[in-house]
Design a protein around this ligand. Structure first.
Ligand code: ZN
Length: 377
């Protein structure tokens, strides 16, 4: 048969693709089941013994896995076990929706090993990018192994190329954040909106649910939703799932956007708590939390009513409330009451248990799955 030179590169690409996907399969197997023998890995992944051995040798050389003692003998010599090396790589994750901004250094198991707190970024701050560099550089410097990548959760709309299309909270439009960070640190950067990152973290925490349909609602100064079906995040690269300026019939409140009656006027946590909230001590915040409980409760009912059509349209089987609002008691109950005003059924509503770390956990998870193909949970 004559050789077709044009097809050769494609054959090579296919070979590389297979190798990459086998490597991901094996790493996930070690991640989920390690310490595990190579023979058991071959059985659980369906890969050949020689393939498993080859890839394991590479992963050991790269420091991503380590040998960890011997397993049970099945007649012959007891097999050597391998497991993930949690300190083999680190991930830097940044939450730009927090006031002040927060970043964390995480190991490969998703444990936070260091944190860095920056300053509050507002639309007026001209040195916002410098501030991000300060926290990222501090954590990259703390890492005892190479950083796998940087994950960032942005309050706003992020497109697939890593461009921050718009962020009212940061005062940015068309900001090439991914490009700027990759240029400085020379490692991959994964960007998503804060609500997308938080939703990814929630899936990692609750474990895999192939039939799950989760609507994640994050309420801070902005209100945004993300939708996860069968463990897959449905990205919203054009409008970011933002409901802050959804107009509510009958409301006349003046909104900062220049219009009247936006959902954010009564549901945004900054509108409820006041702008001084950002600068308050923890004690003052806790005092204010008690005083504002009835207002947050009413806001949660409004929120439930506003998301009821979305809940119905996506046929959600669970609604998770995240962001600042998740810290107030009885919020899930009140969101359910709001949904039930418009629907005859109501999915399970809960508040995230990940607290203030949700966005950094999700941003780190995106780096891990993007770079190593490994998924937590
Ligand atoms: Zn508005």
């Amino acid at each position: 048969m004559p050789r077709t030179p044009g097809l050769r590169p494609q054959g090579k690409t296919e070979h590389e693709e297979t190798r990459r996907s086998n490597r991901r399969l094996l790493l996930q197997g070690i991640f989920d089941e390690g310490p595990i023998s190579r023979a058991d890995l071959a059985r659980s992944t369906g890969l050949g013994r020689a393939t498993v051995s080859d890839i394991a040798t590479d992963l050991l050389a790269e420091g991503l896995i380590v040998e960890s003692g011997r397993g049970q003998s099945t007649g012959g010599k007891p097999p050597t076990l391998v497991e993930l090396n949690p300190d083999g790589r680190f991930t830097v994750a940044v939450d730009l929706a927090r006031h002040p901004i927060e970043a964390a250094l995480l190991d490969l198991r998703g444990r936070i090993v260091a944190r860095a707190i920056g300053k509050t970024i507002t639309p007026q701050r001209r040195d916002a990018l410098d501030e991000i560099h300060r926290v990222v550089a501090r954590l990259v410097g703390d890492a005892t192994a190479p950083a796998l990548g940087i994950g960032v959760g942005v309050p706003g709309v992020v497109d697939r190329s890593g461009l921050v299309v718009a962020s009212e909270q940061l005062g940015w439009s068309d900001a090439p954040l991914r490009e700027e960070l990759e240029e400085v640190y020379g490692i991959p950067v994964h960007l998503a909106s804060d609500v997308e990152a938080a939703a990814v973290a929630e899936v990692g925490r609750t474990g895999s649910d192939p039939s799950g349909r989760m609507l994640y609602v994050k309420v801070d100064d902005r209100i945004a939703v993300a939708f996860v079906t069968a463990d897959r995040l449905n990205r919203t690269p054009r409008h970011g799932g933002d409901l802050t300026h959804l107009r509510v019939p009958g409301w006349k409140d003046d909104c900062g956007c220049g219009r009247r009656g936006c959902l954010g006027c009564r549901v945004s946590m900054i509108r409820i708590l006041g702008p001084d909230y950002l600068e308050m001590s923890t004690e003052a915040r806790n005092r204010l939390a008690v005083e504002t409980t009835p207002r947050v409760g009413r806001a949660a009912v409004y929120l439930g009513a506003a998301i009821a059509p979305i809940v119905a349209a996506v046929d959600a089987d669970q609604v998770v409330i995240g962001g600042e609002m998740a810290g107030w008691p009885a919020v899930p109950e009140q969101v359910s009451a709001g949904i039930s005003k418009h629907l005859e059924w109501c999915p399970q509503v809960s508040a995230t248990q990940l607290g203030e770390s949700a966005v950094v956990l999700g941003a780190a998870a995106m780096v891990l799955s993007g770079e190593l193909g490994v998924v937590w949970g």
